[in-house]
Design a protein around this ligand. Structure first.
Ligand SMILES: [Zn+2]
Ligand SMILES: [Zn+2]
Length: 134
């Protein structure tokens, strides 16, 4: 990535931790991973996460109260919809975006004069591997 914004040391540590994670991590899960690097206060993690989310590099999964690295940073336009398929078996999260769904949602918001700042869809269920194993 050539156009990656400059990150502070703490932001890089948090971002790399999420990038390496198999699934979403809570703020405290992140703290456990970065403690060895000298980040000891939850507030340091929250500050880094706020900045990373503002940059669109990290997303918050509201239903899990956990965080994931964006699968393709810089892809999201302001206010664009983001969808996550969250596997309740293995914890894997797949991020996607769908222009057709986004158009339908914006038709509703336009019709109701609602001004969206953020649209996140979370689908809970089982991924192919877990559904097959069950
Ligand atoms: Zn994303
Ligand atoms: Zn699964």
């Amino acid at each position: 990535m050539t156009d990656q914004p400059r990150l502070t040391r703490n932001q890089s540590l948090v971002f790399n931790t999420l990038g390496k994670a198999e699934g979403p991590l809570s703020a405290y899960g992140i703290l456990d991973e970065v403690r060895a690097a000298g980040i000891r206060a939850p507030l340091q993690v929250y500050r880094a996460l706020d900045r990373l989310m503002a940059l669109g590099l990290v997303h918050r999964l509201e239903s899990l109260n956990a965080f994931v690295a964006c699968c393709r940073p810089h892809h999201h336009a302001e206010g664009a919809m983001i969808a996550f398929a969250i596997c309740e078996g293995c914890g894997q999260v797949s991020e996607f975006s769908d222009a057709e769904v986004a158009r339908r949602l914006s038709r509703w918001t336009t019709a109701h004069a609602f001004h969206p700042t953020k649209t996140t869809i979370e689908i809970r269920g089982h991924c192919r591997a877990c559904a097959t194993a069950a």
